[in-house]
Design a protein around this ligand. Structure first.
Ligand code: IVH
Length: 667
């Protein structure tokens, strides 16, 4: 065998062992023998560098630590799943499906375990893994390509004994199994490092490492379960799709199966709940998907989840603990909520020390008091709730709890409005409300400023540096660096993150404003209806709002009220003056530029960089930071950097600003 073929054979063999170990939990070779194979490959490659390919197992850990992750706009949003909490909700789901499809016969469902990890998207072009991202907010995720490459179960190149699509986007769940989780925590404890609360947190922390060397030390695994955009191969059903993935070398969970009719899927739900404790990884339920893709298409999707799928969630774990105190917390809209301060307990692997008690009525109904022993439960990622008090364990001298008559933060009187039952602090400038508004504005569902934590907002408001949302654009590094637990470097990162978040969609901005009754979905509808122009929304009258299908009387009044307020309008204007630009939401999916990769270098006279990025993304193409073999075009500006030389060497097509503009015109 010649050297090149020996290298190819070794690569295949190593990948096979990776799959046996990381996918099937069934190693067929000792660790030391595996290391010998890898060493041999390294040796051959170092003597024959011309045969080193990107898909070699020796190339899994590479790349410098990043300063921050680039963002990636998913070509197709990563949706979430609606939940069924019990078997009767599964029955309702099945009935809904039949009704909508207008059929009486049993439906075929693909039944899958619901892996409790992190959703990611892998993108393969002509069989090669080119990049991958986190789910993010579903529309925009983070570029974690270098971290994903360290996951040994992810093939860097698809097996080509089965026809390969030119584009394959595949979604899956990254997780870590129990043994590895325990091992890592044990090691961390020994080194006096903070331990991870549960396997999911460990997997998340590992994937979001800026240094891929660290990720490489965490034995992450993956199961793939959903298609993104695919060109070149057609699938008729979810089963068809899932059966094909392993042929390309992509891992699929072995408990997945096809069942027909509601009774069979309820049985599956019960069976999986029974074996849950024996699995080597965490699951938090099952997922049922209508198998036929044509039926899925007929059923369609809601704003956040498909109508053709449902998660059959398992019962939340319950546990007893003591209420040490009850405090009144003030939300961004002034709402006063009682919160139980608990004796910390671990539930479902997470350490819990607070639980919401919702409102006074709920407190009264359950008669929950300070000192009580209570049962709490955590359902998914929601805040734990107090299920009930154990009266037999109640100590003497406890008293009924009542929410205060004055705001615990600003001391203003609290009251209920005529039209609602919630108690609110009526002072719009209460520090708690100011903090809440700013936290909401910079959150993932708002303008999404990376790394700007709640504690920082608290300090900035307490020090009178921030008074409203627009103030964040006037922050400077010095001010931030002078605060507790902040340094020059973290201050710089925050300022950069604020700058980066100036380029957002109008719907993110509208949602970030926190207009009462206007949530994520309504914000999107407003963005679309008013063509992405904020001035159209500001100037909209009652008639133009109420005609929108999703906008009702209450929401319309709320929007009008918000924009009638001059101060709100001034704050928005200040944000725009500070450089906020609204992204074009309406991506043209099948344009000539669809799927192309652009890189830019130098400065430009007609367009600013953010604008170029917007244009590129509008046509479903991608702007990357560096030249690689996947780059299609380099846009050349004045005073280019070394990307220019690199592109020339690699024979990449180089265009100037004018040519780029022409290209857009012709697209
Ligand atoms: S399908 C179009 N299948 O659950 C539907 N999701 O609660 C997209 N998850 O974000 C998801 N196992 O992170 C799907 N077999 C499975 C899953 C699964 C775990 C996660 C995924 C998703 C979340 C929704």
């Amino acid at each position: 065998m010649n050297i090149q073929n020996r290298i190819i054979a070794l690569k295949k063999e190593i990948h096979k062992h990776n799959v046996n170990y990381y996918v099937y939990d069934n190693p067929t070779i000792s660790d030391s023998k595996y290391d010998i194979l890898l060493k041999k490959l390294e040796e051959l490659e170092s003597q024959n560098p011309e045969f080193i390919t990107n898909d070699s197992p020796t190339q899994r850990v590479g790349g410098e630590p990043l300063k921050k992750f680039n963002s990636i706009t998913h070509r197709i949003p990563l949706l979430s799943l609606a939940n069924a909490m019990n078997t009767s909700e599964l029955e309702e789901f099945d009935l809904r499906i039949k009704k909508q499809l207008e059929i009486n016969t049993d439906i075929e469902y693909v039944c899958e375990p619901k892996i409790d990890g992190l959703a990611v998207e892998l993108v393969y072009e002509n069989g090669f893994f080119v990049y991958g991202s986190t789910r993010g907010n579903g529309e925009v995720g983070e570029d974690i390509t270098n971290n994903l490459k360290t996951i040994k179960a992810i093939p860097l190149k698809l097996d080509d004994n089965y026809s390969i699509p030119s584009l394959l986007e595949v979604r899956g769940e990254v997780f870590i199994n129990h043994i590895d989780f325990k091992k890592i925590n044990k090691e961390r404890k020994k080194n006096d490092e903070q331990i991870f609360a549960n396997p999911r947190n460990l997997a998340a922390g590992s994937l979001r490492q800026l240094n891929p060397q660290i990720t490489a030390k965490r034995p992450l695994r993956i199961f793939c379960y959903a298609p993104g955009m695919i060109t070149g191969v057609e699938f008729k059903s979810q089963k068809d799709f899932l059966d094909t993935l392993p042929k390309w070398g992509l891992p699929v969970n072995p408990l997945i199966t096809l069942k027909t009719g509601i009774h069979s899927i309820i049985n599956y739900y019960k069976e999986i709940e029974e074996v849950r404790g024996q699995l080597t990884y965490d699951i938090d339920g099952t997922v049922f998907k209508v198998n036929s893709y044509s039926k899925q298409k007929l059923l369609g999707v809601r704003s956040k989840s498909p109508r053709w799928a449902i998660a059959g969630k398992f019962k939340a774990e319950q546990i007893q603990t003591i209420i040490n105190d009850i405090i009144a917390s003030v939300g961004r809209t002034g709402s006063i909520t009682p919160v139980a301060i608990l004796e910390p307990v671990s539930i479902g692997g997470v350490l819990v020390s607070k639980a919401s008690l919702h409102n006074q009525d709920e407190l009264d109904k359950k008669d929950i008091r300070i000192g009580d022993t209570v049962i709490i439960q955590r359902a998914g990622d929601v805040i734990p709730k107090v299920v009930e008090t154990i009266f037999s364990k109640r100590p003497h001298n406890t008293q009924k709890y009542s929410l205060p008559k004055f705001c615990p933060i600003c001391n203003e009187k609290v009251s209920k409005s005529v039209d609602e039952s919630v108690l609110r602090c009526q002072n719009y400038y209460c520090d708690a409300q100011i903090k809440g508004r700013i936290k909401h504005f910079i959150s993932k569902e708002g303008i999404d400023v990376d790394g700007f934590g709640d504690k920082l907002v608290d300090q900035l408001v307490d020090n009178n540096i921030l008074k409203d949302i627009a103030d964040i654009f006037h922050l400077n590094e010095k001010e931030i660096a002078s605060l507790d637990r902040m340094g020059d470097k973290s201050a710089k990162n925050i300022i950069n993150a604020i700058d980066a978040s100036k380029n957002i969609t109008l719907s993110q901005f509208i949602n970030g404003l926190g207009i009462r009754n206007v949530g994520v979905h309504a914000s999107k509808i407003l963005d679309q209806t008013f063509n992405g122009k904020i001035e159209n929304i500001i100037n909209a009258d009652y008639e133009s709002l109420i005609v929108i299908h999703e906008v009702g009387e209450i929401m319309a009044q709320s929007i009008l009220g918000y924009f009638k307020n001059e101060e709100n309008k001034n704050i928005i204007q200040e944000c725009i003056n500070a450089g906020i630009i609204f992204k074009n939401q309406h991506i043209i999916k099948d344009s000539k530029l669809s799927g192309k990769n652009f890189v830019i270098t130098g400065s430009f006279s007609n367009m600013k960089r953010p604008q170029i990025k917007l244009e590129i993304e509008k046509y479903n193409a991608r702007l990357s930071s560096g030249i690689s073999k996947n780059t299609d075009f380099l846009i050349l500006g004045e005073n280019p950097g070394n990307k220019f030389e690199k592109a020339k060497k690699m024979n990449i097509e180089i265009i100037n600003e004018e040519e780029f503009l022409k290209m857009l015109e012709n697209t």
